[in-house]
Write a protein that binds this ligand. Structure first.
Ligand code: GTP
Ligand code: MG
Length: 136
């Protein structure tokens, strides 16, 4: 089966939504392979978000990701990459569909960066790259 990297971003951890988000992953039937609470170095975040370097939201995004602990999770299952993206909902939490993590639990707080609770790898190549960054 396939693996993906999920992050519960600092807003999700700070709002005590870790259990709720893990419940949704488990209820869907995906397997938790590895999990840790981490406050990553900037270099790790820069590697993770390399594709966004130079964009206007890049610096605020890294500052947001440094603002508190993150839960990093290795999950597995058939078609888990697209499956978790579907569970998460679209990037903007205000318009993410109800029933999704972002749609049910997230909204625009008027901050500089979309605080959208979770990250999920978006392709098999991204998943392999990101799992190596976060889990070595
Ligand atoms: P991730 O699962 O976190 O990668 O989200 P995504 O794949 O839905 O979005 P993407 O990879 O394009 O962007 C990464 C993160 O940068 C997003 O989750 C947002 O927090 C932030 N972001 C992306 N696009 C924008 C934008 O246009 N404006 C702002 N303010 N933030 C953005
Ligand atoms: Mg992305």
């Amino acid at each position: 089966s396939e693996e993906s990297l999920v992050l519960i971003k600092p807003d999700g951890v700070a709002r005590n939504l870790t259990g709720e988000i893990l419940s949704r992953i488990e209820a869907k039937g995906y397997q938790l392979v590895d999990i840790k609470l981490i406050e990553p170095e900037r270099s790790l975040l820069a590697a993770h978000y390399a594709e966004h370097e130079g964009k206007p939201f890049y610096e605020p995004l890294l500052e947001f990701m440094e603002s508190g602990p993150i839960v990093a999770i290795r999950i597995a299952g058939n078609r888990v990459i697209e499956g978790f993206r579907s569970l998460a909902g679209t990037t903007d939490p205000t318009t993410a569909a109800p029933g999704t993590i972002r749609g049910d639990l997230g909204r625009d707080w008027g901050l500089k960066v979309q605080q959208n609770l979770v990250h999920g790898s978006d392709s098999p190549e991204s998943a392999q790259r990101e799992l190596a960054i976060w889990f070595g």
